[in-house]
Design a protein around this ligand. Structure first.
Ligand SMILES: *Cc1c(COP(=O)(O)O)cnc(C)c1O
Length: 409
């Protein structure tokens, strides 16, 4: 058994600042808000250097000093690679901007960046003796939880809206999770999980209702900083549902600055949502710190169909502090951006990832993003998990070939 060096000191209510002990099972704070993991950053700074990272495996556990897991035996590994930063050369030229980098998270286990958060949540659950985990999901989180729990021998219960992408539902059930479709939204499924906690003995793994998924998502910020030689981009566009990734990256940048690895300059954080479900955009525009639940939410980008987020104020605070903004794009523009990126760059974005490209295009035209800014987009899942609108014809191999007809097509 290898002891991981860990510098965790305590958990902290993100709203009131009240301290809670680490190393015991925790959900939300007494104020009903997310708990954040806090570290002894001075000790962390002394415990790891940038140079030491260089020789480590290209996986996110290379950042273990920044993470709360204490014993390596609790870590389940399914291939948590560092995801590539793909330059979109042709789109950059066409849009006339300085740089477009796409962080392609679709390469992670189960094909989405939910693997980062759930790998951490499951490792910590194992460490703290959890036997049963439950999650409300729009698809990818449930699949990631199911995979890590299969490997960790933890019993899993997954509840998703009935119109969750089919492949995710099948994938989740195939990993052996108890999988249920429900006639409601992700937050309705969340209420169901909350209600069943005691009787079913579930540990509630909902977005931001336990402290560790965000630590996993934090590795995106550490990783992109290292990949760019500790020079952060000017703008990060993030498809925002529950907001774990945006909040996690923001936390990563603060911790990196505290240990002296980066300066005080921050990317402008842009929360991208769909027009059919844009609670953060509405709150951002009205100057509010909290978002009202969105009614009749709908969008092709299932991962960002989140009518209400428990970490709303954390998303909005980060966006505002960074000088960024929240923006909505239409489903039509999302699908057009997805097709454009596939055909021009050979990169298959998921609809949520395509939403960030649609937002970039829209805001370059509108002027909120300048053409001299270095921009990073997040493709959070492989496009292969979603139905693709593509057309093709048939040929009859029993007939003589008609190449003239093919040439004309
Ligand atoms: C979950 C998910 C999102 C939203 O991520 P949050 O960090 O919860 O805001 C975006 N895209 C995809 C593909 C997702 O699965």
């Amino acid at each position: 058994m290898i002891e991981y060096p860990t510098f965790v000191t305590h958990l902290e209510c993100s709203y009131t600042g009240k301290r809670y002990p680490a190393d015991t099972l925790q959900g939300l704070s007494e104020a009903g808000k997310p708990l954040l993991v806090r570290y002894d950053l001075e000790a962390l700074a002394a415990g790891i250097s940038k140079v030491q990272l260089i020789d480590r495996e290209p996986e996110f556990w290379r950042y273990r000093e920044f993470l709360p897991v204490r014993r390596s035996e609790n870590v389940v590994r399914l291939g948590e690679i560092m995801t590539p930063l793909l330059p979109a050369h042709k789109l950059r030229e066409e849009y006339g901007c300085a740089e477009i980098l796409i962080k392609d998270e679709g390469r992670l286990p189960t094909g989405s960046f939910k693997a980062r958060g759930l790998a951490l949540a499951v490792a910590m659950a194992k460490e703290l003796g959890v036997r049963r985990m439950a999650i409300p999901t729009n698809g990818n989180a449930g699949a990631a939880l199911a995979a890590y729990c299969a490997a960790a021998d933890i019993d899993t219960w997954v509840f998703c809206p009935a119109d969750t992408p089919k492949i995710n539902i099948e994938e989740t059930a195939f990993f052996g999770a108890h999988t249920y479709l429900a006639n409601g939204y992700i937050n309705d499924c969340g209420k169901f999980v909350g209600a069943g906690r005691e009787e079913m003995g579930w540990f509630d793994t909902s977005t931001l209702k336990e402290p560790y998924r965000i630590e996993g998502k934090k590795t995106m910020g550490l990783e992109l900083a290292e990949q760019l030689d500790w020079q952060l981009p000017d703008v990060i566009l993030y498809p925002t549902g529950g907001g774990t990734g945006l909040i996690g990256m923001w936390k990563a940048f603060a911790e990196l600055e505290a240990i002296g690895w980066i300066g005080s300059r921050r990317p402008r954080m842009v929360a991208v949502q769909a027009e059919g479900c844009a609670p953060m955009v509405r709150a951002f525009e009205s100057g509010s710190r909290h978002a009202e639940p969105w009614q009749d939410a709908h969008t092709v980008a299932a991962g960002i169909r989140v009518p209400a987020a428990v970490g709303d104020f954390l998303i909005l605070d980060a966006v505002r502090e960074s000088g960024g903004f929240a923006v909505a794009v239409s489903d039509e523009d999302i699908l057009a951006a997805q097709a454009e990126c596939a055909r021009r760059e050979g990169i298959l974005l998921c609809p949520e990832g395509a939403a960030t490209l649609a937002a970039l295009k829209q805001e370059l035209a509108g002027g909120r993003i300048r053409r001299d800014e270095r921009v990073m987009l997040f493709n959070c899942a492989t496009g292969l998990k979603y139905p693709l609108a593509a057309e093709f014809d048939r040929i009859d191999l029993h007939e003589p070939p008609d190449f003239a007809n093919l040439r004309a097509s």
